[in-house]
Design a protein around this ligand. Sequence first.
Ligand SMILES: CC(C)(COP(=O)(O)OP(=O)(O)OC[C@H]1O[C@@H](n2cnc3c(N)ncnc32)[C@H](O)[C@@H]1OP(=O)(O)O)[C@@H](O)C(=O)NCCC(=O)NCCS
Length: 217
Amino acid sequence: MSQLSITESLYLKTLYYFNQIKFFWLRQKLKSRVSFGENCQIWEKNFQYRGKGKIYFGKESALEKTFFPTIFDLASNAEVIFGERVYLRGKYAPNVLTGFENAKIIIGDGSGLNGCVITARNLVRLGKRVLVSWRVSIMDSDLHDPSNTRKAEIKTVEIGDYVLIGAGAIILPGVKIGSHSIIGAGAVVSKDIPEHSIAVGAPAKKIREIDNRDLAG
Ligand SMILES: CC(C)(COP(=O)(O)OP(=O)(O)OC[C@H]1O[C@@H](n2cnc3c(N)ncnc32)[C@H](O)[C@@H]1OP(=O)(O)O)[C@@H](O)C(=O)NCCC(=O)NCCS
């Protein structure tokens, strides 16, 4: 492994401490709305919040220093609850989490969001160690009424543990995805996917069974 020069190491330390100061002020400013568990690593510049809802970060969660921010747009009484060791990354796209009034977005321990959109009118719940790739959309409502006579329904989305959601997939309202499953890149998931499945395509269909994923990288 290459050693850092003294200048590089000084630069990184300065960045780190500068961020810690900004993070301190962020915590002060939003302390009635956002709570951070022990040892959270938050890159302040990438944390964007608007609205009135609440966010809880479990301990050791991280909002990384990547190219794109994580944006929270939360109406009153909306809540985003992150478990422990959740990481938010914006390598190729921003994460955008929108919670309408009284909605909840729950993300389990060890899960990672890397540039996705999650929109909740009631509840979107991800289990533990779920990996959500870039340009994935997850929504629990169509958001617009289909017609004059038909109102948009709100249908909870539930994703189990150890699920991988490939790049560009779309998870539609009411869908349940069982634990240890993989949703292929670009899939449009409109119906439930049983656990231990690989599902691909639009509409997504199971193409094969898959073993446990709890130790998969
Ligand atoms: C689904 C996936 C995991 C491959 O699973 P697999 O069991 O190895 O599947 P195979 O590659 O053997 O393909 C089986 C069939 O499904 C098709 N297929 C594979 N992935 C597909 C996808 N995303 N969409 C549509 N069809 C797909 C293949 O073309 C093949 O079709 P065929 O039987 O007609 O030849 C992989 O293609 C994928 O989409 N990975 C997600 C990658 C990603 O987004 N990573 C994010 C990094 S954070």
